[in-house]
Structure formats: C-alpha cells, structure tokens
Design a protein around this ligand. Structure first.
Ligand SMILES: [Zn+2]
Ligand SMILES: [Zn+2]
Length: 377
C-alpha cells in the first residue's frame, strides 16, 4: 500500500463523508496553487486531492479499504477495478499531467493587481536617495471575513451541483469506449462553494478599498523613469488573494542649474573675458555644498572644468559621476570711452588689430570639448 489517504487528509479511518469533505476543503484552501504556488505545496495539494478523490467516492473508498490503491501504478492500476472503462491512472494524468494542470475546485482567492505610482523627486533626492511616505489607494484584506467573503458566523456552502468539486463531469459513450468530459460547475463558477450570506463589509469580495500610507526607501542613483518594485505592496486580490506588487515610477524634477546625463551633471558658467584671460576663483554651488573652483588663466570659451565625484551616486554601485562645468566667455559690451581705448591699446600690443581668424570645419561639438577637458587642455 503506497499511501495512507486517511493520514493525508488527517481524518480517522471511520470518518464520515462530511468529515472527509470538510478536511479536504480546509486543506485545499490553504494549499491551493493560487494561494501557495511553491512546488512543495503544490505537491501536497496533489496528494490531498488524490486522497479526496478516493475517499470521497464510496466505491473507491471501499476498494481502498480492501487494499487496492487506485493510484498506485504497480498495483495493476485497476482498469477493470473501477469499472469506468478507463485506466484510472490515465484519468489522473489528464487531471494532473502537464497538459491539464491542477483541477479541483478553484480558489476564490486570486492575486491582486500590480499598481504603479509616480513619485516626483528633486535632483538631490535622486542623487543621494531618500525616504518617502507614499499614499496609495488600494485594497486590503477584509478584516471582518478575513477574505472568505462570507458574512460573520457563516461559511460558504458546498455547492450542491458539483458537491464541492468545482466541475461537473459527463460520461459519454463513443467508439473508443466511455469518455469523460468535465467543465467548470455553472452554479458555483468552479469554486466548489456558494456564498449565501456575503460579508456586509466587503460585499463578498474578501477585500475592502482603503487609503494606505507606506514608507519607502528610495535608493541613491535612481533617475527619471526608474521603476522600483515593492513586492506585495499592491492591492490584495479578490477573495483575499495575495497582494500584487507596487511599482514606483521616478520622475525627476528639472534642476535650475544642473542638467543630468547618466550619473554626470553638467552646468554652464558665464565669466567675463578678462577673468577667462587672467584666471579667477569661482564659487559654485554643488550638490555637496559650495565649492571653490580654480579657473586657470587663458581659459577658452567652451572649455570644461571637471569636478570628479561630484555627480550622482551610481545606482547599486559604489562611486559617483562627475560634475562638468562648461565655461562660457562673455565678450565685453557697452564699452565706455576709456574701456574702448584700453582694449584698442591691448589689441595693438598683441598685434590683433586686424586678426585673420582661425578656421576649422563645422562646429566644435560638445564631445570634442569634453575630450579636451579630460586631456587637460
Ligand atoms: Zn468581508
Ligand atoms: Zn458547483
């Protein structure tokens, strides 16, 4: 004898049909693949369903009590024994094989849907990470019925059309012999039970709508469009089913000064021609606070001054991007007489009164300027 079906269902050998049904339904609720998808639980679900198949049928139960296991393949798996004209193991293959999937009453509990919420963050928050309290409109388990959907003090009744199996079978004769077909029970919709007195709190849905506040840690380095998955923080499913996931979609507010490209930040600073020529010290507001940068003499328009490691924290990595300061040189305008005189004198001294100009093809682009910056030009 391969298996002890009584032990599988946790009932005594003299248990009544009602007790067997109750034991099975209690276990099925807890082990149903929709509720508990891990393989070990699914295996147990198969076992209890198999045990129930045998013990709930008085004929099969009698055979089993006499020592014949309808499911053990070695025991001359009773083609004749069960009189259906079908080897029992074949039927079970059809029930539990890869093609058919698990049968039996389906659970009312289904997984809740995923939800996506947009979270607007400032650059400093995406750069360094932050903690946010997020308000979500969602569904939670109904605490009056604990998800069962049945009114307080009542239970779903076993469906009297399918007797709790969730499906109705029909045996038809064909030239192949008898063929058994099954379809979901039309009375209970395949659940195997009927809720006659729905829970008043949730109208039998097993869940209630509510507004919830959750505290979320947003890691450093996220950017516009990053999705953060919060497993199990979505809405509870129908019938009190497991919750879906909540996704946060990050939206980064544009910063007034810094433009983000990946983990690097870019900004442009405008300095007068004289400062570019003579060099100067600039105070720049970085994400880490004010910092003094050294603008060297003879700094050219379009030159890039890098501040290494002053960019955005790399997501799930160590290190930070850079802050790249693009220098714009301002040509003096609105010269008064004295300034103009001085400039003319300077031009004369430098032999630049009528310069030929230097020509190069196209426009010197951003990347070549960037390369120059890294080559220390
Ligand atoms: Zn309820
Ligand atoms: Zn039914």
């Amino acid at each position: 004898m391969a298996k002890d079906y009584y032990a599988t269902l946790g009932v005594r050998r003299d248990a009544s049909q009602e007790e067997i049904k109750k034991a099975y339904r209690r276990l099925a609720r807890e082990l149903h693949p929709d509720v508990n998808p891990d393989p070990e639980t699914q295996e147990r679900f198969k076992d209890i369903t198999q045990a129930y198949e045998v013990l709930s049928d008085t004929n099969k139960r009698q055979m089993y009590d006499l020592g014949a296991d309808p499911f053990s393949s070695g025991a001359g798996a009773g083609a004749g024994g069960f009189g259906a004209g079908f080897p029992f193991s074949d039927i079970m293959d059809a029930f539990f094989g890869s093609a058919g999937g698990a049968r039996g009453p389906r659970s009312r509990a289904r997984r809740g849907r995923n939800a996506t919420i947009r979270v607007e963050l400032d650059l400093a928050e995406t750069a360094f990470g932050t903690t946010r309290e997020i308000v979500v409109d969602t569904a939670v388990l109904c605490d009056v019925c604990q998800g069962s959907g049945a009114a307080a003090g009542t239970h779903p009744d076993t469906c009297d059309m399918c007797h709790g199996r969730g499906e109705v079978s029909q045996v038809t004769r064909s030239f192949l012999g008898q063929v058994m077909t099954s379809r979901p029970c039309p009375q209970c919709g395949g659940y195997g039970s009927v809720i006659r007195n729905p829970c008043l709190e949730c109208s039998g849905e097993g869940r209630v709508r509510t507004r919830r506040t959750i505290k979320v840690r947003i890691p450093a380095g996220v950017e516009d469009g990053t999705h953060i998955q919060l497993a199990g923080e979505g809405e509870v499913g129908p019938g009190g089913g497991p919750p879906g996931d909540l996704f946060l979609e990050i939206a980064e507010r544009p910063h007034p000064i810094f433009e983000r490209r990946g983990d690097d930040l870019h900004c442009t600073v405008q300095i007068p021609m004289t400062a570019a020529a003579l060099g100067t010290i600039l105070t720049i507001e970085t994400l880490d606070g004010a910092e003094e940068i050294d603008v060297r003499p003879a700094t050219q328009a379009g030159q890039v001054i890098p501040l290494y490691g002053r960019g955005v924290q790399r997501l799930n990595e160590t290190g930070r991007g850079d802050l790249l300061i693009h220098v714009n040189v301002e040509t003096p305008a609105k010269l008064d007489a004295q300034q103009e005189e001085l400039l003319r004198e300077l031009a004369k001294l430098r032999g630049e009164e009528r310069p030929p100009g230097k020509f190069s093809p196209g426009q010197q682009g951003f990347f070549s300027r960037l390369r120059d910056a890294f080559n220390g030009r």
